[in-house]
Design a protein around this ligand. Structure first.
Ligand SMILES: *[C@@H]1O[C@H](CO)[C@@H](O)[C@H](O)[C@H]1NC(C)=O
Length: 391
């Protein structure tokens, strides 16, 4: 057989194998309805090339190592106490200055299934029972804590904590399936994201692979108790943050790697536009006191992820190979953790970028909260909070 013939045969065998997946080893074998959708990747010329050559994030201090698992969102209460953070076992914890204490929880059905486990990944199986608080925000006036729980929807708990109460679990009759982040305006309206109506958080890798476009940006009105859809057909919407003047809010499009601006006031109210193309795939976004936006970026955009985004058939083919979802995910994020945080002006100008390109200290960031000259960084994948002193 010629070498070409051999390659041809190999390809044929691989194609048949992938078509049948006889041993159910692929990352999508348990998802019979899986489809890959095209992701309209912004052109490389639009992606910022700015770099932090000094890897300044490596100077961060690792705090609370192994005392907390998978802290996504970090919040301080109106008295400046905290942080408060939601962790992998479903609790919301409060740092009282001396130790972590239980503050609140979202599930009324917690049991030994929610007990401590060795790694943040080990909780995925029971998250729908234990709850998984992601986005957290305090109402500055009332001290109420608003919670986006990935499984239990939009919730709220008073300043004394305890079991949170549900605000909404649906919009336009379609259940929330992956509530992710939120912000609140002065009237108590809540702007929040439902990342997908197909994939739940425990299947976030398949959500990333698929380019699923069922994500929504929503508004909960506390007076009417109604939830309306503001933007639909989004690919992994995630972080949400109002601008300091409350004239607009930003939300991230996770699969595209982009920030969108939704106008609340003025002529353009009710419309949205691109705010910035990001250097990678974002999670949460938070404002500082000056009204600048800090964006947590899970990893930089890679050539591999770019081409897989543009060619969904190729993506499906790759995913049918007998390779686990975790390995695919690792390849997609560039082979190793690479933490990036970026600061944008209210006009969308990139002001600062901080990195740990080797994932030595910070590894991956889900949220950046600036307080008193420090950046507090949480991560759903890490058992700690990283704190960086701004010069
Ligand atoms: C409560 O949790 C148990 C497992 O501990 C589960 O079997 C049951 O379905 C849950 N009930 C509800 C209402 O979610």
């Amino acid at each position: 057989m010629t070498f070409r013939g051999f390659l041809g045969l190999l390809f044929l065998v691989l194609a048949v194998y992938c078509g049948l997946d006889p041993f159910k080893h692929s990352a999508i074998s348990e998802f019979p309805d899986y489809v890959s959708l095209k992701v309209e990747m912004p052109d490389w010329s639009l992606v910022p090339t700015d770099k932090d050559d000094q890897n300044l994030l490596q100077k961060s201090e690792i705090k609370f190592l192994n005392e907390i698992q998978g802290p996504e969102s970090i919040a301080f209460d109106p008295l400046g106490r905290g942080p408060y953070t939601g962790v992998a076992d479903g609790r919301i914890l409060f740092w009282n200055g001396l130790k972590w204490t239980d503050f609140a929880y979202t599930s009324n059905n917690r049991s030994e299934l929610c007990d401590l486990k060795p790694s943040p990944f080990a909780y995925l199986k029971h998250e729908h029972i234990c709850g998984r608080p992601l986005g957290l925000r305090f109402d500055k006036k009332t001290g109420d804590l608003y919670i986006a729980d990935a499984y239990l929807g939009l919730m709220k708990v008073g300043p004394e904590g305890g079991l949170a109460t549900s605000l909404t679990t649906e919009a336009e009759g379609v259940p929330l399936r992956f509530t992710n982040d939120l912000d609140i305006d002065d009237e108590g309206n809540v702007y929040f994201t439902d990342s997908s109506i197909v994939y739940q958080r425990r299947n976030f890798m398949q959500l990333v692979f698929s380019g699923d476009d069922s994500g929504r940006v929503l508004k909960y009105d506390p007076t009417t108790k109604q939830t309306t859809v503001l933007v639909r057909n989004l690919q992994f919407p995630n972080g949400v943050s109002l601008s300091k003047d409350k004239s607009f809010f930003l939300f991230v499009e996770g699969s595209v790697g982009r920030l969108r601006k939704y106008w609340l006031k003025g002529e353009k109210a009710g419309t949205s536009e691109v705010f910035a193309i990001l250097p990678g795939y974002p999670d949460n976004v938070r404002t500082n006191e000056k009204g600048e936006f800090w964006v947590a970026i899970h990893c930089r955009r890679s050539l591999y992820a770019y081409y897989l985004g543009l060619f969904p058939k190729l993506r499906t083919f790759m995913l049918k190979l007998p390779i686990s979802a975790k390995i695919h995910f690792l390849i997609q994020i560039g082979g190793r953790p690479h933490a990036v945080v970026a600061k944008y002006s209210p006009e969308g100008k990139l002001l600062q970028i901080l990195e740990d390109s080797q994932g030595k200290v910070v590894k991956a960031v889900s949220e950046v909260e600036e307080k008193d000259g420090k950046l507090w960084m949480g991560s759903v994948l890490m058992p700690f909070i990283a704190v960086y002193d701004l010069p």
